[in-house]
Design a protein around this ligand. Structure first.
Ligand SMILES: [Zn+2]
Length: 534
């Protein structure tokens, strides 16, 4: 193994707009990164805030199987004695074998941001490396704005690296901090750095502002760079960092770099979804390798081709990265695609040609009413199951009422007041061996009708199955659809639910938004209950 993977999801990735990780979140992600087989996990600056202090403390008791935890900080302050510099002392006592310090390598930043002299910056780099080496640490230097600095003043940028090398740095990480460097410039620069420091391992840290972070990282590896810094799912400030998932898959599958084991690679999709779940970011369906659409085939022509020759329209086998091929159900798919889809969702029933034709008709009917199963495998599965002989649904909605109210009596519209809703439901729940079912009647309040309905249904189902509390509604989308069809469906609701293990999507369509929501939610709960019998 020549290339090491340096993950900075917990530090640079956490800078992404919308991400806020608790200590618990960081610990869970660290475990997963270790499982994935990355070699270094950058945990943040151990004194940045109470959360990071606690994270490093708690990591002392965690035994990582593969990865080394890295503490991140900056060089000493201008004019400071390294032995008394607070940052360097925090790094020295963080309990990690490795530390990464970020230092300036761009003349403009030294002058305008650091507001110190060129000489002092060189001394800060050298002193900091020497101090941390004297404490027995492995030390990496993140040379900030290196590529831009190199264009601005090549000699000075190289002097910054030299100052670290002369003091025993273990690796020089060239950072494209603004993410705007294109591959040709990046490689020309790397080549000159390699000639200047032939005995020092180089790393690469790319941001994705020009959408070439992964390409740049891979090209750097081809040029002999041995450490790649990246973030899971491409998280990071602005447009993100190089995407660790794509970096790993490409290195392993396309570039013969054995950075992780086959088994670890096969967990890639699951781990990426886990991290997005913990970070509370919606997974990106089109994400290469691990996205839900990465191996999805829609058109009948493609579908046929993929069924005949699996690599006809996909660049790698999806199971290598733990993803799966999906046949999108649509009018275009034809009944052959439909049969394959039924097998794919794990329904073990020999569907005859006639049944397949009948199902295709059913799908077409539903689509004419506004349904769309492409993003709703859960509802498609329920549609199929309900047509199978002997299928008994776990529950049935006999009736529901939703009441909307405003708490004050004024007619004036008050933007600060939310509409309150109350829902009552009458559900019939069928326990095994109870063909008549038991009627449950519940009521619940909510922030709006759908929320109230959901709460009331959960209450009723919860009486029968306590585990229902694990199911979370993670996404809810409403779309007004063209009602050109005679029956005139006008609203389509797509819900996404998740528990600790699964994530599934269901759809409902109706002229009424509450009914459409109910249909989608009912599919989602039924789907879960089939997998988790009480
Ligand atoms: Zn960065």
């Amino acid at each position: 193994m020549t290339v090491s993977l340096y993950d900075t999801t917990l530090r640079d990735g956490a800078q992404m707009e919308g991400i806020s990780l608790s200590v618990e979140d960081k610990l869970r992600i660290a475990h997963k990164l270790d499982e994935l087989g990355v070699h270094f996990i950058e945990g943040g600056f151990p004194a940045a805030n109470p959360k990071d202090i606690e994270f490093f403390q708690r990591m002392q008791d965690v035994k990582l199987g593969n990865a080394k935890l890295v503490a991140f900080g900056s060089t000493r302050r201008a004019g400071a004695d390294p032995a008394k510099d607070p940052t360097l002392n925090v790094l020295a006592t963080a309990g990690t074998d490795y530390v990464t310090i970020v230092g300036k390598a761009h003349d403009l930043h030294v002058r305008a941001v650091l507001e110190t002299s060129y000489e002092e910056n060189l001394a800060m780099l050298g002193d900091s490396v020497r101090f941390l080496k004297s404490k027995g640490k492995g030390v990496f230097l993140d040379a900030e704005h290196f590529f831009d600095g190199f264009l601005s003043d090549q000699d000075y940028a190289l002097s910054c690296l030299r100052s670290a090398v002369n003091n025993g740095v273990d690796g020089l990480v060239l950072c494209d901090t603004n993410g705007g460097t294109l591959t040709s410039t990046l490689l020309e620069t790397i080549e000159i750095v390699q000639h200047a420091f032939p005995n020092t391992p180089l790393g690469i840290h790319c941001h994705n502002d020009a959408d070439v972070a992964v390409a740049n990282s891979l090209a750097a590896v081809e040029y002999g760079v041995t450490q790649v810094q990246a973030c899971i799912n491409g998280y990071g400030e602005r447009c993100g960092n190089a995407n660790m998932a794509s970096v790993i898959a490409n290195l392993k599958l396309k570039m013969n770099e054995d950075v992780v084991t086959d088994h670890q690679l096969a967990n890639l999709t699951e781990i990426c979804h886990f991290v997005s779940e913990v970070a509370n970011m919606s997974p990106w369906p089109q994400q290469p390798y691990v996205g839900a659409s990465a191996f999805a085939h829609k058109a009948g022509y493609h579908t046929d081709g993929v069924i005949k020759v699996s690599n006809a329209y996909q660049h790698v086998e999806p199971d290598l990265v733990g993803n799966q091929r999906r046949m999108l159900v649509s009018e275009l798919g034809g009944s052959r695609g439909l049969l394959d889809k039924i097998a794919e969702i794990g329904i073990d029933y020999p569907v005859s040609r006639e049944e397949a034709r009948a199902l295709t008709e059913k799908v077409k009917d539903s689509e004419a009413r506004g349904y769309q199963y492409e993003g709703a495998d859960g509802s498609f599965e329920m549609l199929v199951r309900r047509t199978l002989p002997g299928y008994r649904p776990p529950f049935h909605l006999d009736d529901f009422w939703v009441v909307l109210r405003r708490s004050d009596k004024s007619i004036e519209v008050d933007d600060n007041k939310e509409m309150q809703a109350e829902a009552m439901v009458k559900l019939r729940i069928f326990a095994p061996g109870d063909p008549d079912g038991r009627v449950m009647q519940t009521a619940a309040d909510g922030d709006g009708p759908v929320n109230a309905l959901d709460a009331a249904v959960r209450k009723a189902l919860g009486e029968y199955h306590s585990g229902i509390g694990e199911v979370r509604l993670t996404d809810y989308k409403v779309r007004v659809v063209d009602s050109s069809a005679g029956t005139g469906a006008s609203v389509r609701v797509l819900v996404e639910c998740a528990d600790e293990v699964d994530r599934w999507q269901c759809v409902g369509a109706s002229t009424d938004i509450i009914e459409a929501s109910w249909l989608a939610l009912a599919d989602a709960y039924e789907w879960w209950m089939l997998r988790h019998p009480a």
